[in-house]
Write a protein that binds this ligand. Structure first.
Ligand code: NAD
Length: 475
């Protein structure tokens, strides 16, 4: 164990680097390039105590001031964009251009959250009674983020949680703690001490948070397996939970589209961020009439893609972020090979350092194959042939997941009719992955519980309070 870290936690308005630390690797070369603080249970207790102490003051702070604080945090990110994007590429692996998109996206999400408002509903306004329902902050929010979009997905939580008047303890993934810690350093002077605490640590830290009696709500983004554990652990203290979990999004491509015109979009729908996106297209169902043309166009485009270190100019796809996920992806590829499925590209392991997996496209593997049924979370695309609408809708819905889906179809009425039959939290038509801080997003089935974004997302950081007043007797 090493003591002292290169990046600091933010606890009660102070930056702390002391105590134990853990190594952070660059996934492009597997070299340790920094150490992050490894929070102890006592550190978590102090962070929670600071958030509790700050809560009454922050909850009473006028909404306009809370909005200003979110906007100031967004500006701090934009002003430090270049340093942040380089750090993000080093810890996460994504190419610089994508890292820039994530840093600016994180700022956009804070600015977007600042536009939201809490509703006041008048239930009754009669001679007998006045009754209203307002929304009040919950208290201390424990936020737990994953490693695929560490900064952006943390800001999905920071913006609305703080706007609603809660205080917070935020924990990044141990694979990607640095940009989130750096964010804490940038915004330290913007918020009163204790309003936002950022702590990093190992595998125990998440479970300590979900069972901590001083935390009132958990907002979690990560895998479905962990999400189940989070809900179980949070039940003891009856914490509110929002769970943004895994997905196995279908893309349905109808025969009336021009296959060559959409091939690149379909490619990026699956391979953006090297497939490490909860809403990546993970099963691409293509109508038999255009299957061969779309397949050939996607495979031709795939040959032009540059895989490499995200810090090198021209890189379009980076490595997998971490060794456990790299192993999972290789295991899925090995299984597909062993079963004799046809590979159109990829499938060969990479020699040398770095968690690189080449773009891998499979030609019509069976519906019950692991590569179709499981969330790959890597650069793999199973192209699957279908013949009828009823059949493809049944196949798309026959999944435990229900996060997103996309329909590619020139006939908008038909696309809309299909979209309404898909069991997922969001369905895109002729595009994919469009998201906004003003639009609710969340999963059906094992893809999660609750939503983030828009007014619906903001409400998840509040309790309802109804106040009723009997009117004096009318004379
Ligand atoms: P993960 O579940 O392994 O880890 C997520 C976070 O939970 C990390 O910070 C981790 O340290 C923490 N954690 C681990 N065990 C915990 C426990 N027992 N209690 C509390 N916290 C714990 O997920 P990951 O591998 O970082 O992320 C990939 C997964 O996240 C994929 O399944 C992906 O689909 C999903 N994801 C979902 C969304 C969404 O919005 N629905 C967005 C991005 C990623």
């Amino acid at each position: 164990m090493r003591f002292g870290a290169d990046y600091a936690m933010l606890i009660d308005g102070r930056l702390e680097t002391g105590g134990a630390s853990f190594a952070v690797l660059n996934p492009a070369n597997e070299q340790v390039f920094a150490h992050a603080p490894d929070a102890s249970e006592a550190d978590l207790d102090r962070a929670v105590a600071a958030a509790r102490a700050a809560f009454p003051g922050w909850a009473a702070t006028p909404m306009e001031q809370r909005r200003d604080a979110l906007r100031a945090m967004a500006s701090a990110l934009v002003a430090n964009k270049d340093d942040m994007l380089r750090l993000l590429t080093r810890e996460q692996g994504k190419p610089h251009a994508d890292a820039e998109g994530e840093v600016l996206g994180a700022a956009h999400w804070l600015d977007g959250a600042a536009q939201l408002d809490l509703p006041l509903i008048v239930n009754e306004d009669s001679d007998v009674r006045y009754s209203e329902t307002r929304r009040v902050p919950i208290g201390v929010v424990g936020a737990i983020a994953p490693w695929n979009y560490p900064l952006l997905l943390a800001m999905f939580k920071v913006g609305p949680a703080l706007l609603a008047g809660n205080t917070m303890v935020l924990k990044p993934s141990p694979f990607t703690p640095l940009t989130t810690l750096k964010f804490g350093e940038l915004v330290k002077g913007i918020l009163p001490p204790g309003v936002l605490n950022i702590i990093s640590g190992g595998d125990n830290l998440g479970p300590w948070m979900t069972s901590h009696p001083g935390i009132d709500k958990i907002s979690f983004t990560g895998s479905t397996a962990t999400g189940k554990r989070v809900m179980q652990s949070a039940s003891d203290t009856l914490k509110r939970v929002t769970l943004e979990l895994g997905g196995n999004d279908p893309a349905i491509v109808m025969p009336d589209v021009d296959p060559e015109a959409i091939a690149q979009e379909i490619f990026w729908a699956a391979f953006g961020n090297s497939g490490q996106i909860c809403i990546a297209s993970k099963r691409v169902y293509v109508h038999a009439d255009i299957y061969d043309r779309l397949r050939d166009a996607i495979v031709a485009y795939a040959q032009t893609i540059k895989l490499g270190d995200g810090a090198e100019q021209g890189t379009q796809l980076g490595p997998i972020n971490n060794r456990p996920q790299y192993r999972r992806v290789l295991d899925l590829i090995r299984d597909a090979k062993a079963k004799g499925y046809r590979f159109l590209t990829g499938g060969e392991p990479h020699d040398g350092m770095g968690y690189f997996v080449p773009v891998t496209i499979l030609d019509n593997p069976p519906e019950d194959s692991r590569i179709v049924q499981e969330e790959q979370f890597g650069p793999i695309m199973p192209l699957i042939k279908f013949a009828s609408i009823d059949e493809v809708i049944a196949r798309a819905n026959a999944s435990d997941y229900g996060l997103g889906a996309s329909i590619w179809c020139a006939d908008e009425d038909e696309a809309y009719a299909i979209a309404r039959r898909i069991d997922s939290g969001i369905v895109w038509i002729n595009e994919t992955r469009h998201m906004s801080p003003l639009v609710p997003f969340g999963g059906h089935k094992l893809s999660g519980m609750g939503v983030e974004g828009g007014e619906h997302g903001l409400l998840e950081y509040t309790n309802a309070q109804t106040i009723t007043r009997k009117r004096p007797k009318a004379v």
